[in-house]
Design a protein around this ligand. Structure first.
Ligand SMILES: Nc1ncnc2c1ncn2[C@@H]1O[C@H](COP(=O)(O)OP(=O)(O)OP(=O)(O)O)[C@@H](O)[C@H]1O
Ligand SMILES: Cc1ncc(C[n+]2csc(CCO)c2C)c(N)n1
Length: 319
């Protein structure tokens, strides 16, 4: 089939009712999770660089807050105004090999009863440790009992120091029926745009979670973008037109994991059909944008990464 590309006007009607989409994503829900989902704000070890009002709001919108190791330093520094504020924004967990967590910050959060779990393995990243922990938190009563046992005087909350969290996770997944697991909206701050190996690792997690723990809906938020995975075989992306107009800019369909064919898009400024896309061949749809009034549709042969430009100063008005 021959490829096609058409240039649309700035706004067009895309009738969602006529589209048979296997998957649906609401743009706002990536930041403001659906009430029915479990939700987590994951803070990674990069300077927190979004407006304070937005950070506070996002914090309140998520059930669970987790810091990956040195991310706790970033949180501590971000809330540098006064102690009254800092003590209101305590994460539920800090986990990692604890090589980047400063003594001052460790002691502060320990004193304030944050659960700090050390995991020394150098065969997984602190990011992966966080993800296993989050899944255990929501899905394992056994883990919950261990952690919330006030009488637990064992070191490291009874979790084996090297890779106990991975062992607990692997054991839990043996009896976990994925289709019955409540979805977990996972919004990650940091992880993209700093060190390049860490950034690429973060991208691998989009694919890995989609394959091995698909109940996670992972989205990265940076000062300029939301970055998430569009599942193959048709995804409808919905948004409030006012939200789109104020908070959303360009987008890119990025076949980072593997080359694919974009079978069809509806509602992009440059809509395409049967369009091969590949990093190796230097062919990606970048600097595109949503022109569907309320939604757009993307249908690809393989999962593909989507970045959506956001205007962080405007987001707060819509959350
Ligand atoms: N410069 C960075 N850019 C992007 N993401 C980062 C960066 N530094 C850390 N992260 C993210 O934050 C997490 C926790 O950070 P931490 O400093 O503990 O990293 P780490 O796992 O010890 O890695 P390394 O030992 O390679 O520095 C990492 O697993 C990664 O996901
Ligand atoms: C092939 C291979 N490459 C790199 C590492 C190193 N490594 C991977 S994750 C991690 C933890 C970072 O906190 C470290 C040090 C390894 N183990 N195996």
């Amino acid at each position: 089939m021959t490829e096609e590309c058409i240039e649309n006007p700035e706004r067009i009607d895309v009738n969602a009712d006529l589209i048979k989409a296997r998957n649906e994503t609401n743009l706002k829900e990536l930041i403001h999770p659906n009430e029915g989902n479990n939700s987590t704000l994951l803070i990674l070890n990069q300077k927190i660089d979004i407006p304070r009002s937005l950070f506070y709001k996002i914090w309140k919108l998520h059930d669970l807050k987790v810091c990956a190791d040195g991310a706790a330093n970033r949180l501590y520094d971000y809330l540098n105004d006064n102690e009254t504020i800092r003590v209101k924004y305590l994460p539920d967990y800090i986990i990692g090999d604890l090589d980047s967590l400063s003594d001052k910050v460790f002691n502060y959060y320990k004193k304030n009863r944050v659960i700090i779990i050390k995991q020394t393995t150098q065969y997984s990243t602190d990011f992966t440790k966080c993800v296993n922990l989050i899944s255990l938190h929501f899905n394992s009563p056994k883990f919950h009992a261990l952690i919330s046992n006030e009488d637990n005087c064992q070191p490291n909350h009874g979790i084996e120091l090297e890779k106990g969290i991975h062992t607990l996770y692997n054991n839990m997944t043996k009896s976990l029926v994925f289709s019955e697991v409540t979805p977990i909206s996972l919004l990650a701050l940091g992880g993209i745009g700093g060190r390049f190996d860490q950034t690429v690792h973060s991208i691998t997690q989009l694919y890995t979670l989609s394959k091995s723990a698909s109940y996670f809906k992972l989205c990265y938020m940076t000062p300029t973008d939301l970055i998430f995975l569009i599942k193959k075989n048709g995804t409808l992306i919905e948004y409030d037109p006012r939200f789109r107009n104020s908070c959303i800019g360009n987008c890119g369909l990025l076949p980072i994991g593997e080359a694919t064919v974009i079978k069809e898009t509806r509602g992009l400024k440059w809509d395409i059909k049967n369009w091969p896309t590949s990093i190796v061949d230097g062919r990606v749809s970048s600097s595109n944008r949503f022109v569907g009034q309320k939604c757009c549709f993307i249908d690809t042969e393989h999962d593909i990464v989507l970045n959506v430009e956001i205007f962080v100063d405007k987001l707060i008005d819509f959350l």
